[in-house]
Design a protein around this ligand. Structure first.
Ligand code: GRF
Length: 210
């Protein structure tokens, strides 16, 4: 059984996609231990509660300095002792010690085709604003392992989504979520829960053929 903790900051549609996939059997062999948010008002916490999953709030704003937050967040995560940490729209930098302690056991969903439109300042709607500004014809989403960089860890999966005439950032974000994020993230959790993914020399390999 893969025991996961999901970290969220916003509405929680990616968390919901995971919960729906667990209910429908598209994700097996997985248990959500807790949902952690830096935002007490996050809709994602309501979604967790509706599924009887414990929600926790921890934010850098609760601490005098970042190092104290990093230590408290890392200790809380170690106490939960998940097999996998899933960042689902989580907007807080993962403490370096947590990255080290959970090496190759933290995954993130990014709403663009890494290495495009990623790194510092590229999150949420801003990603899609930059995509439209640049005029690219194809965007998408990426699931990757988290390392000490930002959006730089080994890529697990990607899915392309077409940019259409008249797209606004909001319309494009919704299409990328519906057609890519909500498909890729549950599939990645299920692949990891069922031993279909391995990381070697910074590359993700799929095991068992599929
Ligand atoms: C969205 O911008 C999504 O593209 C990105 O995180 C933000 C919030 O997602 N992955 P969620 O609805 O909170 O899962």
């Amino acid at each position: 059984m893969l025991r996961i903790v999901v970290c969220v900051s916003g509405g929680g549609t990616n968390l919901q996609a995971i919960l729906d996939a667990m209910e429908s059997g598209r994700i097996t062999n997985t248990e959500v231990l807790a949902v952690i948010s830096n935002n007490a008002g996050a809709g994602a916490l309501e979604r967790a509660k509706a599924h009887g999953i414990q929600g926790m709030v921890i934010s850098p704003r609760q601490y005098e300095h970042r190092e104290a937050f990093n230590e408290a967040f890392t200790e809380k995560m170690c106490a939960l002792a998940p097999d996998l940490i899933v960042l689902a729209g989580f907007l807080v930098r993962i403490p370096p010690r947590m990255v080290h302690l959970f090496a190759d056991r933290i995954i993130n969903i990014h709403p663009a085709l890494i290495p495009s439109f990623c790194g510092a300042g590229y999150y949420g709607l801003k990603v899609h604003e930059k995509v439209l500004e640049r005029g690219v014809k194809v965007t998408g989403a990426t699931v990757h392992f988290v390392n000490e960089g930002m959006d730089e860890g080994p890529i697990i999966s990607q899915k392309a989504v077409g940019v259409e005439e008249g797209d606004t950032p909001e319309i494009l974000q919704r299409r990328v979520m519906e057609q890519a994020e909500w498909v890729l993230l549950p599939a990645a959790v299920d692949d990891i829960a069922n031993g279909r993914i391995a990381v070697a020399e910074g590359r993700v390999r799929r095991l068992g053929g599929s």
